[in-house]
Design a protein around this ligand. Structure first.
Ligand SMILES: O=C(CCC(O)(O)[C@H](Cc1ccccc1)NC(=O)c1ccccc1)N[C@@H](Cc1c[nH]c2ccccc12)C(=O)O
Ligand SMILES: [Zn+2]
Length: 595
């Protein structure tokens, strides 16, 4: 009968066995398309996704045979709760096909986009991809016009071509969420955090970090005005968005040579990597060794054969944006990325390897529990290890610090902190605002003809950046960032940037570190590794405060450890921007055309 827990557990076993067949097939078809974007592979992907959605629907219907909401066994009850949460698979077949098609269209536009008519090119029909060309221009160019060409061209070739598909996707995603008992798709996405007032909590964390961001913003603005003297910076105080070393102004690490407190003491890891003939494989071996030295798991033998770690040179279209893949059969785990030999890519490699380590640690959980304690946890693992790898002490250990440089030199340490701030503090408003925008779209508070105006309201208000050229309602600049066409939520990175410092603090204590937090390197500490592994093994079988407690002893997110980490730099910045006006107007002023 409906309360027979023994029979229910047998059914859960059968579900798991079936899921470990259906999911690998769907993943394999998705992998084939992602590593070779063709219409044929797209049809195979759609077919496999249809099959998986039918399995999800069937399984959902079978959960109705059990009174699982009243089960006393928490673990079984939680498995039923997750099996019953089938997302977009709840849609009837024709609507499921429509939403999958709309998503495939946008992903294909984003991954195939190229920008032509580069200023100074003899052949105006020569076109350039984001990775590596446009990213390198945004990182290195100090030519205002060239930066503006890349910035505007990328948005013309991506976001501008998506509004219709995006509107269709929003409509159907909201319909699916409604059928699953949520108010809209944003409500569904937030439900994965199982946290009361989640939006309020995120706002409080963001407010807690605003002052630190304003200091860094004022310093960067002052130095960029010197570099681009004669060019227009808005009176409203924003920084033109194409000057920050990154296509989305989300990470300012490429401004290090301009912003380092002591330019004479560079941290030029990329140059050191190139001088030592680093290869993609060497970068992965370095990362894997950090994990195994903590007592964590090595990559399975198949990993390197089956992964795609470099951009293919045979001209085929691939999704270059990095991702880690769990095939849910406990055997196949892959990474797909278009690696370049740079420090940024060494960090991204640790980020992706962090995802795979999580897969390995929770692989014996029931399939529905093979996820992060919350999505932010999955994004934090690799970044926590990268906090140790990036320290001058560790760079010295792996011979990526110049031989004549002393890792304990206080000026070098301040340069290191600035480098970290340009990636971690600069990211905070960006990590916060993407889903602020999307949650409003899902709530219906932002209509299609307001998509771009609302996007720039948030970019101007929270991030303090402005568009270098006029924007129009016919633009769709949110669509120029991978996660929007790819329908990947983004608040997870904001959560990750907060909790990774809580994890770092706790693991440094476990590793017996004394002294300032930013100097800590947990390398080789199996005590720290064991704590991390114990948390990862839980997967999503427990609510995330239990997982957080397993590492830090706390049950809440808070920004105090991040602020402690950057304290020495905060003091230096306060002196540096003493005569500057901190902050900017909420609005960007006139940037709007009626188009
Ligand atoms: O997007 C990424 C890395 C890609 C990902 O590893 O997060 C990837 C995104 C993705 C999700 C879904 C489909 C395709 C790509 N997420 C995963 O691969 C993944 C796998 C399993 C569980 C959870 C996430 N980073 C973000 C920001 C970021 C956070 N930490 C970083 C460290 C270095 C560089 C960038 C970042 C960005 O580039 O804007
Ligand atoms: Zn990630």
């Amino acid at each position: 009968d409906r309360n027979n827990i023994t029979a229910a557990k047998i059914w859960l076993e059968e579900y798991n066995t079936e899921a470990e067949k259906v999911r690998p097939e769907a993943q394999e078809a998705s992998w084939t398309w992602n590593t070779n974007i063709t219409d044929y592979n797209n049809r195979l992907k759609l077919e496999a996704e249809k099959k998986k959605s039918e399995f999800d629907k069937r399984s959902y219907n079978q959960t109705l045979n059990w009174d699982w909401k009243n089960f006393t066994e928490i673990n079984a009850k939680r498995q039923f709760y997750k099996i019953a949460d089938i997302g977009e698979s709840v849609l009837p077949t024709d609507k499921f096909q429509q939403i999958t098609k709309a998503k495939s269209n946008m992903q294909s536009v984003y991954s195939k986009a190229r920008v032509c008519n580069k200023p100074g090119d003899q052949d105006p029909s020569k076109c350039y991809p984001l990775n590596p060309t446009l990213e390198n221009i945004m990182a290195k160019s100090t030519d205002w016009k060239e930066l503006a060409w890349a910035w505007e061209g990328w948005r013309n070739e991506t976001g501008r071509k998506m509004p219709d598909d995006y509107e269709k996707f929003v409509e159907l995603a909201n319909e699916a969420a409604g059928m699953n008992g949520y108010t809209d798709n944003g409500d569904y996405w937030r439900s994965w955090y199982e946290t009361e007032n989640f939006e309020k909590q995120m706002e409080e964390l963001f407010i807690g970090l605003k002052d630190l961001y304003k200091l860094l913003h004022a310093y960067a603005r002052k130095k960029l005005k010197e570099r681009f003297v004669g060019h227009p910076f808005p009176d409203s105080g924003q920084i033109p968005a194409h000057l920050l070393g990154n296509m989305w102004a989300q990470s300012w690490g490429n401004l290090f040579t301009l912003l380092a407190p002591y330019p004479g003491k560079p941290l030029d890891v990329t140059e050191m990597m190139r001088e030592q003939n680093y290869t993609t494989r060497k970068m992965f071996d370095l990362s894997e060794k950090f994990f195994t030295d903590l007592g964590l798991d090595p990559m399975p033998p198949k990993f390197y054969n089956d992964s795609m770690l470099d951009k293919p040179e045979d001209g085929r279209d691939v999704v270059c944006h990095a991702s880690a893949w769990d095939f849910y059969n406990r055997k196949d785990f892959r990474i797909k990325q278009c690696t370049q030999v740079t420090m940024d890519w060494l960090i991204t490699t640790h980020h992706e390897m962090g995802h795979v380590q999580y897969f390995l640690q929770y692989k014996d959980q029931p399939v529905v529990f093979r996820r992060g304690a919350n999505p932010g946890f999955h994004e934090a693992i690799g970044d926590v290890l990268a906090l140790s790898v990036s320290t001058p002490k560790h760079l010295k250990k792996i011979n990526l610090l110049r031989p004549n440089q002393n890792p304990d030199d206080e000026e070098l340490q301040l340069n290191f902190l600035m480098n970290q701030a340009l990636k971690k503090i600069a990211f905070i408003p960006f990590g916060y605002l993407i889903d602020q925008w999307r949650w409003k779209v899902f709530k219906g508070e932002t209509k299609k003809d307001e998509y771009n105006e609302d996007w720039w309201n948030l970019r101007c208000k929270h991030q303090g950046v402005s568009p270098p050229v006029q924007r129009f309602n016919t633009d769709f600049d949110a669509g120029s960032k991978f996660h929007v066409p790819n329908n990947t939520p983004y608040i997870r990175y904001f959560v990750s940037y907060v909790i990774q410092f809580q994890f770092h603090k706790a693991l440094c204590k476990e590793a017996g570190h004394n002294g300032p937090l930013h100097k800590c390197d947990i390398d080789q500490s199996t005590e720290a590794g064991n704590k991390l592994a114990a948390m990862m093994k839980l997967g999503s079988s427990k609510e995330w405060p239990d997982a957080m407690e397993a590492i830090t002893g706390q049950r809440k997110m808070n920004v105090s450890d991040l602020i402690e980490y950057f304290a020495p730099l905060e003091d230096w910045l306060k002196k540096e921007v003493k005569n500057e006006t901190l902050g900017w107007d909420d609005q960007c002023g006139r940037i709007w055309g009626n188009g």
